[in-house]
Design a protein around this ligand. Structure first.
Ligand code: MSP
Length: 519
């Protein structure tokens, strides 16, 4: 039985269409999911949409709809997200919406359960609320009424609400994080959470909003004057979408999640509140929470509400899907912030894609057609020592082995850098071995070895880039005459020499035509 791997993305708010920040989390999840499927893991990648709360209600009303018509609004936006994921080749296994009936039932069952267990109580709440972040803040956390996260003015709240007993878990949580080094990644984010838990007193979590203020949410089962706080509702998706409690057989196969992938802005919600919710329910905890950094534009976080968001559809229609996926995961180390700019994307495109990999494939295929009529040369009886060829074969196979450690650890840029090292070596090999001179001088064996080495390296490279750039991988394998796709067969990248002698290769146009920019 293949080992299961349950990976989740956050649920995206549907107050407006997605921008590149959202597509970043999604491309990262998809890359890990594809890579592990390639490695025969039984992957369950769940994504979806977060559809309740004040922010969505405001957006619905702002679009001209009336109170009570919010469902119509969210139904109109969800397809925009789904279309983008299809365009980006995001292959998820399940899509959850927080307005799905089974999810609503799970949230109500969880509330009921915790209430009966005496873990939820009612009290007056005086404090701040940030609508764009959908987050409560205390007077101590924000003495000036400005959101510590997004720096926008906060709304003052004075209302009765229900609370989840949270503070009593503080000491346990600190110990748990310290004893489980893989629980929060990267390490510096773990330290941030520990810093917060060690220095601030954890407040009980407010989990409702009075309907008199905001009614677009899941009604609280034990008090119909309240709806559920949107974060409490949304976090439960990770278990409701896995079958809790309506399909416990499926749930026990999937839970605990292997990785929750999120952005750094929502780490506290996941690493503190979600964990305490699970503990209160007596459920197991996710194995890892990985928080990535932000894409910033001119020093500011890109966001829908700030109006500086870049539309991924615009970028992919001009530069292509795979270059976009490649850029997001190559440009910055996953976990750190990065600056998005079209210039940086074009520069990566031209150097890494058009020049390096595109040229390598194109030159190699041209030579295979010219010198061997497009047939993979037979090198089985060639005994020439060629240290450069040996270096390429051992490096490309070794890269596959390295990737098995790097990708599940979300170290995408390091994995890509390793693949590109091999590509660099192969391009240099062409220049140094000068196949055109070998051909002129009639050195058939040397020539066969060079061309075979290049073709075989390209076969392995195509399998290695599959999880990042699935379409490019397919195009490369088709040109190399390999009929089996790369989606299940990463093990083929660990074996040198699988390209069958005599099989036909054929050049089918350029992978990445150079982008000419105006000076
Ligand atoms: N709905 C909540 C998550 C609930 S999960 C149970 C939410 N939604 S969001 O639409 O605002 O953000 C979704 C994801 O996009 C988050 O992981 C967030 O970090 C990511 N990004 C949003 N803007 C971003 C950037 N500018 N850069 C990188 N990712 C950022 O939060």
């Amino acid at each position: 039985m293949p080992k299961k791997y349950y990976i989740t993305s956050p649920l995206y708010y549907v107050n407006s269409k997605p921008h590149i920040g959202h597509s970043y989390t999604q491309v990262a999840c998809d890359t890990v999911a594809r890579f592990l499927r390639q490695n025969e893991r039984d992957v369950f990648f769940m994504t979806g949409t977060d559809e309740h709360g004040e922010k969505i209600e405001k957006a619905a009303l702002g679009s001209g709809l009336k109170e009570g018509e919010e469902q119509k609004f969210v139904d109109g936006i969800v397809p925009v997200f789904k279309d983008l994921w299809a365009r980006l080749n995001i292959k998820y296994d399940y899509f959850i919406r927080t307005t799905d009936d089974y999810h609503i039932q799970t949230v109500r069952a969880v509330l009921d359960n915790l209430y009966k267990l005496g873990k939820i109580y009612k009290k007056d709440y005086k404090g701040w609320f940030c609508t764009p972040c959908e987050t409560f803040w205390t007077q101590t956390q924000s003495p000036d009424g400005i959101c510590p996260d997004c720096k926008r003015p906060l709304e003052k709240l004075d209302e009765s609400n229900y609370f989840l007993k949270t503070s009593e878990h503080q000491k346990w949580l600190i110990d748990y994080i310290n004893n489980n080094p893989d629980f929060i990644k990267p390490n510096f984010r773990k330290n941030e959470i520990l810093g917060f838990l060690n220095n601030e007193e954890l407040m009980d979590l407010c989990i409702t909003r009075p309907k008199s203020r905001m009614s677009w949410g899941i009604e609280v089962p034990f008090d119909k004057d309240y709806v559920t706080y949107v974060w409490f509702d949304a976090l439960i998706n990770y278990i409701s979408g896995a079958g809790y409690p309506h399909d416990m057989k499926r749930f026990s196969r999937l839970w605990p999640a292997d990785t929750h992938v999120i952005g750094k802005d929502i780490l506290r919600h996941h690493a503190v509140y979600w964990i305490i919710m699970l503990r209160s329910l007596g459920l197991e905890l996710p194995k890892t929470i990985f928080a990535h950094g932000w894409w910033v534009i001119k020093g500011e976080k890109m966001s829908k509400s700030k109006g500086n968001a870049v539309d991924p559809i615009d970028i992919i229609s001009r530069f292509g899907v795979d270059p976009y996926r490649y850029f997001l995961l190559r440009e910055v180390q996953f976990g750190m912030d990065g600056t998005f700019s079209e210039e940086a994307l074009v520069s990566r495109y031209n150097s890494d894609l058009a020049n390096d990999i595109g040229n390598l494939l194109s030159r190699t295929l041209t030579m295979a057609e010219k010198y061997f009529s497009g047939a993979v040369p037979d090198v089985s009886n060639i005994k020439i020592a060629d240290p450069a060829a040996e270096e390429i074969s051992s490096k490309v196979v070794n890269t596959a082995q390295e990737m098995v450690k790097l990708i599940p650890n979300f170290d995408f840029s390091a994995a890509l850098a390793k693949i590109w090292e091999v590509i660099g070596l192969a391009n240099k090999y062409i220049e140094n071995s000068k196949p055109w001179v070998l051909a002129k001088e009639g050195k058939q064996e040397e020539l066969a070895l060079v061309i075979y080495t290049l073709l075989e390296a390209l076969r392995i490279i195509a399998i290695e880039i599959y999880s990042f750039m699935p379409e490019t991988s397919e195009k490369m394998l088709a040109q190399l005459g390999v009929s089996q796709g790369a989606d299940r067969a990463f093990s083929d990248a660990k074996i040198w020499g699988k390209l069958a002698k005599g099989s036909k290769v054929s050049k089918l146009g350029s992978l990445f035509p150079r982008i000419v920019t105006k000076a």
